[in-house]
Design a protein. Structure first.
Lengths: 189, 189, 189, 189
DNA sequence: AATGAATGAGGTTTCATTCAT
DNA sequence: TATGAATGAAACCTCATTCAT
């Protein structure tokens, strides 16, 4: 009488869950429950725990997916082919980041502003990337000799705040202008 | 078998609860519960609800107390007596803010990084203050003609991040140096 | 700084509380709280307990007042002056009772249909009265030789149900017709 | 330290809870709590809520069970085989009803006289059944041409009161005699 | 690999009643 | 006679996680 169990390759099932969770989190933000995810996928509650030890592990996987997607779409510029205009590249990347993040909808809150973000700090991937950009720009002579790592950390907070501001309805142009000014003022000689 | 009732003026009892909660939150961070607070104070659970309709209302009161304490200890500089060196004043205030916030211990997380901060946004008092400082500095000719409000918002995020960095063990001097550099670069002509 | 205490004759204060409670119960039915009553009267919570040991005692007092009011307005007919048409007198009394009870509004539920009615059964005043009427009618030869006490008890249940029916929106005329038919059929030879 | 989990078919577990609740309510009347029920069954509190969203939902299910049990044991008489002696059938059914209800013990109060009965009126199943009997008897020429529906409602109140009277210790024979007299007087030509 | 019944700690809130003042 | 702060048991419900099947 039970519905036919769908046996799937483990990796495929894992993806299915991941995608369903992402979809629901985008739509409804934090507050999405395991029950809703498994109903969306059409599996039993226990199945969830075969793939993710805890709910936080799922969120972590979702976060990692997002970061990978962003890195893939917007790879760090490289000077291999030709010289890079680092200030312009930074502006462009930052704008892309903000738009990407705002586009996450409720997923943004779930990943960055819920208790989850406290329990599982995000490993500073973004800060590491920004540090790399600053160093590359410094080597190219485009950026001043600031202390790259702490500067990247603080600037990334400002960038993230721009995201929240825009998501909350602040004027996009004024926010970006202020952000660009801060970045230039902090990094350019 | 019941402990002797201690009858207090409402305001005194309210303070008692507030202080006990603050003490526990400093020590143990978010995750402190109503039950622990009332045990600490030595009153019944119902007494808590006499003064705070919900746990979030308590946190809000704690937050307000903190903000008032900071504002009282570090009032905004004024030019009434003599001209103010705005860049220096800002550096000094920012350093005071970071040290004050780091000194909050677990209370910092409970107020700024838990779901509470999402549910009850803090009304941007700090951003308003920073905006006022920027405008005052602009009028005095010390700061460049940046768009004060969004700039204040983004810079405050960087300041707050410095707090988190120092609290998390980052090098205090390098963090402050980077922060000062960002503030100068963003605000000074 | 406190509001001037109004010292009243104990009996006057008791009446005040009683009347306030009745007013609120009429308007809002069961679910009225002690707090609301004392606020309405303008006294402190503790004052309530100087006059009524428990909430149920207040309800009991309200109930007694109502019964007295009804008895006073609709006294039992007596044959002292002239012969009584007992069937007609009963019909008339019953109709008066139903209208009186329906007119109680929310007080009706609070007195007759809440847990209070279970905890403090109403002493059967109404049944005693109805028993007396049946006996008087029997002595006058108007009513059949039924077993007065149990009959009164069961018939009163039907009368009370007519009250609930009318209060709940049942057709008044059909309800009264059915009730009269039951009373006649049960009591008249 | 945890007790071994007992896994059951949902319907079986539901029955288990229902039966335990009925047992406790019979023994202790209204005032039985969810905690007592789950202790009796030997399951966790959450399990209760898996089957009954609220305590009232449980009571409703218990009530429905009782009504079904009664209907099954004492089906309405039918004229399919041979003519029915409606007055006698009614007397018999009524007596069965009263005895059944008195036999409920504390469950009777919990179902019929607690606030629950106010919050979840019982849908008048009994009145509907009595109405049907009256109409059938009228068609057979055994009952007078009374207004069936309101009459049934009022008479059922008297029947129910007989239950309460007997449960409270009133003389069974006198109560039944009075009840039979009322029914005959109201319904027979 | 999959199921879904069961768990139980967690958290919120209410209000009749008591009692120190 | 009056106050009103304090009590604390009771009731409610949720949901991440476990585990017998």
């Amino acid at each position: 009488m039970t519905v036919q169990r769908r046996r799937l390759e483990p990796e495929a099932r894992r993806q299915e869950i991941l995608e369903a969770a992402e979809r629901l989190l985008r739509a409804h933000g934090p507050g999405v429950r395991i029950d809703e995810v498994v109903r969306e996928v059409g599996v039993a509650r226990g199945t969830f725990y075969l793939y993710f030890p805890t709910w936080d592990d799922l969120l972590e996987a979702v976060r990692a997916r997002l970061f990978e997607a962003f890195d893939h779409t917007y790879p760090l510029p490289s000077e291999v082919r030709r010289p890079v205009d680092w200030p312009a590249a930074l502006d462009w990347l930052v704008e892309a980041f903000v738009d990407f993040t705002v586009g996450l909808g409720g997923l943004h809150d779930a990943i960055f502003h819920s208790d989850f973000a406290q329990r599982r700090p995000s490993g500073d991937d973004a800060v590491v990337r920004l540090t790399a950009i600053i160093r590359a720009g410094q080597e190219a002579g485009s950026f001043a000799a600031v202390d790259a790592e702490p500067t990247a950390r603080l600037l990334f907070a400002a960038i993230h705040e721009a995201t929240d501001a825009v998501a909350a309805g602040a004027d996009r142009d004024r926010t970006f202008a202020a952000l660009r000014h801060i970045l230039r003022g902090s990094l350019c000689p």
